[in-house]
Design a protein around this ligand. Structure first.
Ligand SMILES: NC(=O)c1ccc[n+]([C@@H]2O[C@H](COP(=O)([O-])OP(=O)(O)OC[C@H]3O[C@@H](n4cnc5c(N)ncnc54)[C@H](O)[C@@H]3O)[C@@H](O)[C@H]2O)c1
Length: 437
């Protein structure tokens, strides 16, 4: 089986490398020449655990190929996965320009039966639109089928998630095309992964509904955490108590500085937009976005509570990526919080194990970048932890206290115990628990 994967970002590259590892011949195509040049040498342009090894292994085995030529990738492929970006437009709707450009290019070159599989997250109705675009513009009479196959991998655990997904969703109308896609995923079927075969609209919506639900769950516990601070409750115990109810479950009940990343914010906004245009508004999700924006500013409020006016203070920030184990900073809370600190007149020193280069592309040299947590905290007035990288879980706090001008820790991921910090002589504020002032 030959497969083409269009777009070699997080989803495309992981899908391509994993499908090659299943034993298929996969050609990945991207318009970014620099990226393809690197990938041909086995260099992965972003940090994702295990991915570089997988790419190198399958390049060597001659099952994985990279090109900038769409026609080359499509020529021998029966199945074409679309994995390009669908970012937010200013009105919150999904920008489908990358999808449109791919569909029109495919219409030019397809001269044989193809199954077009959309892995990108796209609004309900998009797969039908892709088919109509291709049918209306194609140069040959070759038939195409479209399949919606949304992807649920999590950055930071993407290879593991692709290889062991909770479910595979296949939406389509052609039973022949559905059978081909089921065959591609046979290794997962054999491992008893649940498959849901449904229509295009349902498959498209499963993805949005899942992300919107998870974003809502995070936002819910963030509001509970804020309330805990007012009434003397401990959110970590509240979460535990709630999560033991199997109807609720323990995951996504950890409060933090607000959700970010390349998916949750944009997908919630896109679903809100779809609701509006279908005259079925999502009031709950509108509140989720509003509460999440406010949550990002909790970090600033907490710093002010412990340090007073931030003007002239130096703040050390640990964690720039939106979550651990990724270099991705798209819509990371740090991108809101750090500019707010600068606006308040503070100086910022920052450290992240993988995301500094990506962060620098946006925030440039307005921040001093450190090469280790200890270097980051030296001569600072407060330490702010934004991302729960493992590296930050066992910091040498006594050493940190010695290096800082004043021992103040705002821990937006609750990775430290307030009582431990109290004994060490820190002022400490976690989230949704006792403040040591
Ligand atoms: N990142 C995630 O964790 C994740 C998880 C599930 C679903 N998704 C969805 O998957 C899609 C892709 O996300 P991503 O994070 O991989 O995006 P990305 O921005 O990392 O990658 C997209 C890639 O597509 C390439 N591209 C754009 N137009 C192209 C064209 N015409 N031909 C060839 N290549 C082209 C870009 O150069 C880029 O390399 C989005 O819809 C996203 O919502 C992402």
């Amino acid at each position: 089986m030959h497969i083409a994967v269009i777009g070699t970002g997080y989803v495309g590259l992981v899908s391509g490398a994993c499908l090659a590892d299943f034993g298929m011949k996969v050609t990945c195509v991207d318009i970014n020449e620099e990226k393809i040049k690197k990938l041909k040498k086995g260099e992965v342009p972003f940090y994702e655990p295990g991915l570089e090894e997988l790419v190198k292994k399958n390049l060597k085995a001659e099952r994985l190929f990279f090109t900038t030529r769409l026609d080359e990738a499509v020529k021998n492929s029966l199945v074409i996965f679309i994995c390009v970006g669908t970012p937010s437009k200013p009105d919150g709707s999904a920008d489908l320009s990358q999808i449109k450009s791919v569909a029109l290019s495919l219409a030019e070159i397809i001269d044989d039966y193809k199954v077009i599989v959309t892995k990108s997250t796209v609004p309900v109705g998009t797969n039908r639109w892709i088919k109509s675009l291709i049918d209306a513009n194609k140069k040959s009479n070759a038939p195409v089928d479209v399949i919606s196959n949304p992807e649920f991998l999590r950055e930071g655990a993407a290879v593991e998630d692709f290889m062991h997904p909770d479910r595979v969703i296949i939406g389509g109308e052609s039973s022949y095309a559905i059978a081909i896609i089921k065959d591609i995923y046979r290794p997962l079927y054999l491992a008893e992964t649940p498959f849901i075969i449904t229509n295009l609209e349902t498959a498209e919506l499963i993805k949005y509904a899942s992300n919107a639900f998870l974003a809502t769950k995070i936002t819910f516990i963030n509001e509970i955490a804020n309330f805990c601070e007012k009434v003397g409750a401990d959110v970590t115990v509240v979460s535990k108590g709630m999560g033991l109810d199997p109807r609720i479950g323990p995951k996504f009940l950890n409060p933090g500085p607000g959700f970010g990343g390349s998916c949750f914010p944009k997908d919630v906004r896109a679903l809100i937009h779809q609701g509006k245009t279908s005259n079925s508004p999502f009031k709950l999700l509108e509140a989720v976005i509003e509460v999440n924006e406010k949550q990002k500013l909790r970090a600033i409020e907490k710093l002010r509570e412990l340090c007073g006016d931030l003007k002239g203070k130096t703040i050390a920030v640990l964690g720039l990526s939106f979550k651990p184990n990724t270099s991705d900073v798209r819509e990371s809370p740090a991108l809101t919080i750090i500019p707010e600190l600068l606006k308040a007149g503070a100086k910022v020193k920052a450290y992240d194990p993988a995301a500094i280069e990506e962060f620098k592309k946006i925030v440039k040299d307005k921040v001093i970048y450190a090469s280790s947590p200890l270097e980051c905290v030296r001569d600072t007035d407060a330490l702010l932890i934004l991302t729960e990288w493992n590296e930050f879980r066992f910091l040498d706090l006594s050493q940190i206290k010695k290096l800082m001008k004043t021992p103040v820790l705002v821990d937006m991921r609750n990775i430290y115990e307030p009582s431990v910090l109290k004994n060490l002589g820190f002022k400490y504020s976690g989230i949704g628990r006792k403040v040591i002032a």
